[in-house]
Every structure is written in C-alpha cells, then in structure tokens.
Write a protein that binds this ligand. Sequence first.
Ligand SMILES: *Cc1c(COP(=O)(O)O)cnc(C)c1O
Length: 230
Amino acid sequence: MISDNIHAVQSTICQACVRSGRDASAVTLMAVSKTKPNEMLLEAYEAGMRVFGENYVQELCTKMETLPDTFIWHMIGHLQRNKVKYIIGKVALIHSVDSLRLAEQIEKEAAKADVIQDILLEVNVAEEESKWGFTLENAGDMVRTISSFPHLRIKGLMTSAPYTLNPEENRIYFRQLKQCFDAIGNLSIPNVSMEVLSMGMTGDYEVAVEEGATLVRVGTGIFGERNYSK
Ligand SMILES: *Cc1c(COP(=O)(O)O)cnc(C)c1O
C-alpha cells in the first residue's frame, strides 16, 4: 500500500535526522510520480503527500489539469527550452535548471507571463557524462549570473547522484554539494536564498538526509517500480 510505503519512508527520514542531529521538519518528502496514474497520486495525497515531482512536460501538464489544484508540482526532469512556456508559473519549483541558456529561456517566458519563477540550479557533482548540470566549480558563478534575472528566484541546488547499489558511495557527493550550498548561502547574493537542497532518491535518501538534504525525491520507494513500456 502506498500509505504504508510513505510512512516507512518518513520514519526512515526521521531516524536519519536523529542520527545526524537534524530536525525532521527541515526535510520535505517529495513523491516522484512520473509514469504513475492519477489514482496512485490521489492515494499518496490522502496519505499526506503534497509535493509531487514530474519529469516530462506533457505528463506534468495533463496531471496538473486533471488533479485538484491543492497539489504542489515540481519539475525535476531535464527541461527542453521549447517546452518552458507550458509550465511557467504553474509549477512551484523547477529543480532542473542545468544551463545558462535554459535559465535565459525561463526568464523570457516568466517575463511574458508576468510571474516570478522559483528555480534550483542542478549540479552534476560526480561529473557523469550522461547527466546534465553545472559543475561544482562553476555553480557559484552561475548563481551570481542568474541572480540578476528579474523574473527568476534561485532557491537552492539540486543533484542526482550516480546510480549505485551502495549509497555510501554517494555520501561524498552529497557532502560536497552541501558545502557548495553553504558557501553560496554565505555570500548573501541579492535575490538568492539557499533554502532548498534537493538530493537523495529511493536508493540513497537516508545518506542524503544525513548530509543535509532539505528535500528528498522518492519515486520507487513510494509507488513501486516504474514500467516504461506502457
Ligand atoms: C525518477 C527520479 C527520481 C526518483 O527516483 P526513484 O529511484 O524512483 O526514487 C528522483 N529524481 C529525479 C530527478 C528523477 O528523475
């Protein structure tokens, strides 16, 4: 049952908070619902979930139109510039801002729609070839540059760590991103607040919480395995 899964994940988060001396209320659990039908999202909502993460623009738009407007939507997947217009001002947070050109496009569409769009910058901490994102080295410069865009508000950083069967292998990446997050926060850049550190998925969220995540993105751990063949 989805509600049992949610309670289990929440209790694992609480235990990780206790171990690391953190307050469990500082960690938001996001339900990553890509490929899952509305009925399952409603079940998760009834079990207390409010923030839902989606990867594909079309699927996200369909779900936003058909589910109650009390659902809070975050875009977490790679975003193509020509699709920005469909989600601007409708999603509470875009986690996957992974290039300056994408940030420029979001700025343009947000200006057109006359909204301020909250975003995170995605950092490819492990520098995997297959993944999008800024490097740890240029994240600070990118935050500075993008902070001058009047219709964007930078709320923090996001990473997807490498796929691994041993989550301890990702601890170093989570720790490095947390250091980067704190360092940028200490710069007190206008229009930038380092509030959201989005890291940790089903396989490694415990470690991410121990290392300072404020938002974990859990799909399989809540809804079960995904079937992409449908
Ligand atoms: C699919 C996805 C998740 C959730 O992955 P699980 O392993 O199912 O928890 C989290 N973050 C991003 C960016 C994803 O694409």
